[in-house]
Write a new protein. Sequence first.
Length: 259
Amino acid sequence: MKALKENVKALLISSAIVSSATFAYVYGKATRNRLRYQASLVDERSKDNTRMSNEFFGINWGYRADSMIKDRIDTGDVLFVKFSCENCISTTEMVKCYARHFTALEGEYDSVGFTYRNQYDLYVIYSNFDELKIERYADFLSKPYCSEISLRKLAIKNETRDDAKTIHRRLTDWINKTTTSTFDSTTLLYDVKPENKDASVSTLIRTFLSLMNIASQDSTFGHFDLNLLDNAKPVYFSNRYSLDKKLIIRSKTNDELVA
């Protein structure tokens, strides 16, 4: 019995040491990532500064392509996202990311975002490790842990101007009811903050399909598979709605090409 107690004690001590070492590594890695990311936001050398008016999309080249893509995106388009755990900028997010990747199938998306455009800017509404985020499109692209981002534009069969206006009005009403908004006259930036930050990927998809009134009426879904949503004709959409061809905005090769 004494030997058993000693073995259990040794096991607990070893587990505590391993857990402490793991946390120290994750904490240190996330802290370094955050400091590096914050520095990149103010370092002019990391930006495409060929013109003072150029936005910062997270990399110091390819501004024209990013700007052209941004101009094409409208309210209701869909972004699919994969996270790079080792590039997360908070300890909590890094732990959640590794936990998800441990159980997820290879190649699965980690999150989804829906776009919203108003007179100020283009925004992305997405689930960030089950937390609702609303960010300017340029800020979203600059996140170092968003390793892969692809776009599918919403397509409507026999679309009329009223269709687009209705989707935009419904999303605008939702944002006005569920967020607090401020306009900074100095930076000319319009910030939108969600009041309720709890949002899993499935919750976010369900909310937006309902808001945009494009959900299939054939059945209800408790869980949404992002790989099924990433399709020209998602099973979750009614017949009038589809998604255009996928456009890759960010990929792992971007990290290798940053100057």
